[in-house]
Design a protein around this ligand. Structure first.
Ligand code: SF4
Length: 426
């Protein structure tokens, strides 16, 4: 029996109790959130995972996406990326391989982590079609559903599925045009498939069948944002909003069918459109958990896109986004390596916390850090830091003569001078 049914029947499951404990909220709050669709806990009947609650009233969660590409297939590196993401504090992983043996890579990644793992079945379906028939547009619809069920049976907890692209959305896209096209691989593949075959997206036309698969394997549905703009100049356009409306309608059907559901948001948008995007999505979808992909708030900082996305993600989270996908320094440049993943997770966690300070008034650790700084308690500062290893390494690399201060001001440490004259203890 799925979590929605359990929640609607008034039963508290172990996952609900654990999420309530981790978030310091009442179990009943989590149960009601799941019953109403405002909270999801991606689970799998095929393996035990660390329960991760995503949704209204909970802290913002961070996803780290990993996976091979057609150019670089290094299974050991993917396992290292999965492990470093988990160690650095990612809440979930998405395994998005597009090269090598899909089954083997996903199985090994899933075996290597306690985190919930997500996937995009469309990638595998299209790439297998290219390998088998020579072209993605020759993908067979039943193969897409078969692959979806197979990935679920491996223990996949959630899937990004491009349900909201239909002939109407594509028509809007054609009419309006775009500067930067599409940045969603699934969206690009599916659009090409629909135009070539002059057919409706099977994930839209066979939505009830898709829900049967999701329900049978207890997969959480993450409604993909295939029309998201790949350039700031195309943000919040008609095609994107069309897809959001369709996904919002489908998200109601999905929840009614007992399938936990999230809705995904855009990838490239300027700062002044973030609030609108988050509030519009929340309003249209009836407060379903919102999974924001970044967003990138400028297009001109390749190499630093983890920082650009952290700025967007902190605002998204503050306005109500529940789940953010990290971006690494390699975004739009190369397949991320292990260090890119580490930096991506840390910067996304910083963004999530900045948002939670506003959204959930989560400021206790900042208060404690302020006191530790005032009192020059270095060990306490490291303990409270989001990345203690980095903080310690920087201080140790330039050790001060006076152990109390640091080498920035040395003998003239303002905090030390003030401490001698005032008692600021609060
Ligand atoms: S030396 Fe300057 S920067 Fe370092 S702790 Fe003191 S006041 Fe802060």
């Amino acid at each position: 029996m799925g979590l929605i049914t359990e929640a609607k029947n008034g039963r508290l499951t172990e996952e609900m109790k654990q999420v309530a404990k981790d978030e310091d909220v009442e179990p009943e709050f989590v149960r009601r959130g799941i019953a109403s669709g405002r909270i999801v806990i991606p689970v799998s009947p095929y393996r035990r995972t660390k329960p991760c609650g995503i949704g209204k009233g909970l802290c913002t969660k961070v996803n780290a996406s990993i996976g091979t590409s057609s150019d670089i297939v290094d299974m050991e590196m993917e396992i290292k990326k999965a492990k470093v993401a988990e160690k650095t504090g990612a809440d979930t992983l998405m395994e998005l391989s597009t090269g090598g043996d899909f089954y083997e890579i996903r199985r090994r990644v899933i075996d290597s982590t306690e985190l919930s793992v997500g996937s995009v079945p469309l990638y595998q379906a299209f790439i297998e079609a290219i390998r088998r028939y020579g072209s993605a547009v020759d993908m067979k619809e039943d193969e897409l559903f078969r692959i979806t069920a197979e990935q679920a049976k491996l223990g996949t907890n959630f899937m990004a599925i491009h349900t909201g692209i239909n002939l109407l959305t594509v028509e809007r896209l054609k009419k309006q045009g775009r500067f930067g096209g599409l940045c969603s691989r699934g969206g690009a593949f599916m659009t090409a498939w629909m135009l070539h075959n002059e057919k409706e997206n099977p994930l839209f036309s066979e939505f009830d069948y898709l829900l049967e698969i999701m329900k049978e394997h207890e997969v959480t549905l993450s409604m993909g944002n295939g029309m998201r703009a790949g350039a700031i100049h195309d943000s919040t356009d008609r095609a994107q909003i069309q897809e959001l409306i369709i996904n919002s309608e489908l998200s109601d059907r999905s929840h009614e069918a007992g399938v936990q559901t999230m809705v995904e948001g855009p990838g490239h948008i300027p700062i002044d459109e973030i609030e609108t995007n988050v509030k519009l999505m929340k309003r249209l979808s009836g407060e379903k958990p919102f999974y924001m992909l970044g967003p990138l708030v400028t297009d001109i900082a390749p190499g630093y896109d983890h920082i650009v996305a952290a700025i967007g993600a902190s605002l998204s989270s503050a306005y109500g986004a529940d789940f953010i996908c990290y971006v690494t320094p390699a975004e739009h440049l190369a397949l991320p390596n292990v260090e890119d993943v580490r930096q991506g997770v840390i910067t996304a966690r910083i963004a999530a916390h900045i948002g939670d300070m506003i959204k959930n008034d989560d400021r206790q650790s900042d208060l404690e850090m302020g006191r530790a700084r005032r009192d020059l308690k270095w060990e306490k500062m490291f303990e409270l830091a989001i990345d203690p290893e980095q903080a310690r390494a920087v201080r140790d690399s330039r050790s001060p003569e006076d152990e109390e201060a640091c080498t920035m001001c040395g003998n003239y440490c303002a905090l030390k001078i003030v401490k001698q004259s005032f008692n600021f203890e609060r």
